[in-house]
Design a protein around this ligand. Structure first.
Ligand SMILES: [Fe+2]
Length: 184
């Protein structure tokens, strides 16, 4: 059984015991090893969005639900992250900075499915796509304050950087929901 309060407490203890992602990754891996329990605990996803489950200076926990075929453009976090998928699939492209930071080039990829708990280093730039025709749900844990300013995102066409825009991201999720509902 997945108990959200217990999960948050376990992540907080893991973060306090180990400043790296390692102990938190184990907590997330244990949780998503029983995806049906996570679904029961968090509720079956009904629309795309980002729900904040815990927010503190040293730890942020989000429940991220991706709309079908939705993509978010490249962005950084400036802190380590652990992504644990409990339903659906997340395709990650990893990027590296080039042109003295003025642009990006693709550097790798990782397809994450149910029960995967993947760590991302603090210098990672990634974009994410839900490649399937239904909602994907994942627990995202960050080793810091995910909502602090100073992060970057990159234009998906030109791959030029600009300041991360949280309001844009929220609109992006809302538009993805609108498109999905229109297609149903
Ligand atoms: Fe991200």
């Amino acid at each position: 059984m997945f108990d959200l309060d217990r999960f948050i407490e376990d992540c907080r203890s893991a973060r306090a015991a180990d400043a790296s992602h390692k102990a938190v990754r184990e907590v997330v891996a244990r949780a998503v090893a029983e995806p049906s329990a996570v679904l029961a605990g968090l509720g079956e996803p009904s629309k795309a969005g980002i729900a904040t489950l815990h927010h503190a200076p040293e730890l942020t926990i989000l429940n991220v639900v991706w709309a079908p075929y939705m993509t978010v453009p490249p962005h950084d976090h400036l802190m380590w992250a652990v992504i644990g998928v409990y339903t659906g699939r997340e395709d990650n492209i990893f990027w590296r900075r080039c042109d003295d930071g003025a642009a990006l080039e693709a550097a790798g990829a990782k397809a994450l499915g149910v029960r995967d708990a993947a760590p991302l280093g603090s210098d990672i730039v990634h974009s994410v796509t839900n490649p399937i025709p239904r909602l994907t749900g994942a627990i995202h844990v960050y080793g810091g304050d995910f909502f602090r300013s100073g992060r970057s995102q990159w234009d998906p066409e030109t791959l030029r950087p600009h300041e991360y825009d949280a309001a844009w991201t929220m609109r992006h999720f809302a538009e993805a929901n609108t498109r999905w509902e229109a297609a149903r």
